[in-house]
Design a binder for this molecule. Structure first.
Ligand code: NOJ
Length: 558
């Protein structure tokens, strides 16, 4: 037996639903809860154990739900609170947990707290946000929004500037105000008492800002000033308070979103024990193998960079804390376009799934990832709807001109992940019966869709099912220790896991050309069992084999 503490949230796999594009149940062109209800059996059939819903709350949708106007109600386009309770109930009946998105770094500028707060200093909500006079005509400091542009907006009614680290419509909450923290705890209790099983906490590591909000000596085109709010001075204290006062009273899980997070800092929050504040963290380091920090600073894909990050997190957390593993979500372009190959779409989608799901940690799978959906090509910036894409394009255009900036948007935009799920090859990919869906459907839906893959035993979809079943049935995949082999290779990712005398070897090709693989020392492939692979070949040559383009194999050793 390993010493790792076993719990349900380590063993589960999570499916992420971005509701607007998942499934439209009422024929208005927008995904909704009725659509989710109709697909619960499908979600269950994948072999996952939980659903994480991107925000379903009432919101003007300036950032598609991450701008919340009412934390206790459902966006009318998505349905009603009653419908949500039905989804919750039906999910639970199927053994699926439900995780809500908790967005409390900021609200919508239409939230009643904000509308009240702008009435001035005497209003009880004034201190819920960061209002500042500015210096003459100048903004209060030089911080830039993470969505590009200044992080301060002047409000005529208030006669002051307010801070927004994201879109203008997303004013930052002042978490230093104890009343705001009480509100957050009440929101948590509201949903936990209703029966939800946990939270994915949006940019939770940004909630504490340096006192006095000082300007930064550094300048970046986006997020200038980040050193003053990433892992800010009171973050520990506030997370501990949320845990002690609320989370510890429920059998729930939390995963905090943490841009720019390092292992050292993460361990501070997620090391197991009485001081643990969050169960897991979504760091971003492995999403920067083809860019600098984030996809708008594009760079050539580097497998070595990717492997280094993975190995660091796998070794760094093992036995002390727990990884949250993902390769896609609503903020990231599709993974096949980034780390895989469009030429070998099926093989590379399966290999990438194997590469991250066989590592130690809780796997998260984003809608459409399980069928290998790809980026969409849009021909004009006017076709994009995501606020960060439009802002980033503005910056890129000033630097590199219109044509290149559009190419970059094609690659880097979050809208790539937000096209409707391709359910079948009928009109609008079976996503909606409306004449027009709310957003473009990828033209490749006739070839890439769920229905076609249901009928194909070798599809990406069925591969995901087999892989998740394999993980569930083998403790070693969940709890095993991790070791990397051939770290110097720029086309092979090879690692092994071990638990209670058993071992598992994973070999993944990131190459479009075949190459020879020789098992690492101490592994005799003739004595192993081939447990997972994405090609129909099991031939060995000596103690190795010829890895086909984007092939992966998983061998088990008793
Ligand atoms: C992270 C979310 O995942 C993203 O979609 C959102 O735009 C920002 N946080 C702001 O809430």
């Amino acid at each position: 037996m390993s010493e790792i503490k076993r719990t349900w949230w380590k063993e589960m796999a999570v499916y992420q639903v971005w509701p607007r594009s998942f499934c439209d149940g009422n024929g208005d062109g927008i995904g909704d809860l009725k659509g989710v209800l109709s697909k619960l059996d499908y979600i269950k059939s994948l072999g996952v154990d939980a659903i994480w819903f991107s925000p379903l709350y009432k919101s003007p949708q300036a950032d598609y739900g991450y701008d919340i106007a009412d934390y206790r109600d459902i966006q009318p386009e998505y349905g009603t609170l009653e419908e949500f309770k039905t989804v919750l109930d039906e999910a639970h009946k199927r053994g699926l947990k439900v995780i809500m998105d908790l967005v409390v770094n900021h609200t919508s500028n239409q939230h009643e707290w904000f509308l009240e707060s702008k009435k001035g200093k005497d209003n009880p909500y004034y201190d819920y946000y960061f209002w500042r006079k500015g210096k003459g005509n100048r903004r209060p400091n030089n911080w830039m929004s993470t969505f590009a542009g200044p992080a301060w907006e002047y409000d005529k009614e208030a006669g002051e500037y307010y801070l927004h680290l994201f879109a203008v419509e997303q004013p930052d909450l002042n978490m230093d105000n104890p009343k705001v923290r009480e509100e957050v705890k009440d929101i948590m209790r509201y949903w936990l008492d209703m029966g939800v099983d946990g939270f994915r906490e949006d940019v939770i590591t940004f909630i504490s800002k340096t006192e006095g909000l000082p300007s930064s000596p550094y300048w970046f085109p986006v997020a200038t000033g980040m050193e003053h709010y990433m892992g800010g001075p009171h973050l520990d204290e506030y997370l501990q308070e949320f845990k002690d006062d609320v989370l510890s009273k429920y059998d729930c899980m939390t995963v905090g979103e943490a841009p720019m997070m390092t292992i050292k800092k993460a361990l501070h929050h997620i090391t197991e024990g009485p001081k643990q504040q969050l169960n897991m963290m979504f760091h971003f380091e492995h999403m920067a193998a083809d860019c600098l920090f984030y996809s708008w600073f594009k760079a050539p894909f580097s497998l070595k960079k990717l492997k280094k990050v993975y190995t660091r997190w796998q070794k760094g957390l093992y036995g002390r804390a727990w990884n949250a593993n993902y390769i896609e979500n609503h903020d990231q372009p599709r993974i096949v376009n980034r780390y895989g190959s469009l030429k070998y779409r099926e093989a590379s989608a399966k290999m990438l799934a194997t590469m991250y799901i066989c590592q130690s940690g809780t796997p998260f799978i984003y809608q459409g990832q399980e069928i290998g959906m790809t980026n969409i090509r849009l021909n004009s910036i006017d076709d994009y709807v995501d606020v960060s894409t439009i802002n980033n394009y503005g910056v890129a255009k000033a630097i590199m001109g219109k044509k290149k900036a559009l190419e970059l948007a094609n690659y880097a935009s979050r809208d790539n992940a937000r096209t409707p799920v391709q359910w079948d090859d009928s009109k609008n990919a079976g996503f909606t019966t409306a004449e027009k869906p709310w957003f473009f459907i990828n033209e490749n839906y006739k070839e890439i869709n769920v229905a076609a893959q249901e009928n194909d035993e070798n599809s990406i979809l069925n591969y995901y099912r087999k892989l998740l079943k394999f993980r569930k049935e083998n403790d070693i995949v969940i709890y095993g220790d991790y070791d990397e082999h051939f770290a110097e290779s720029d086309k092979l990712f090879c690692y092994s896991r071990s638990l209670d005398g058993k071992r598992m070897l994973v070999a993944c090709s990131f190459s479009e050309t075949p190459f020879l693989f020789e098992a690492p020392k101490g592994f005799d492939l003739t004595k192993g069992t081939l447990a997972m692979s994405n090609y129909d070949i099991d031939a060995l040559y000596g103690n190795g084999f010829c890895l086909q383009p984007y092939e992966c194999r998983v061998y088990m050793f008793d």
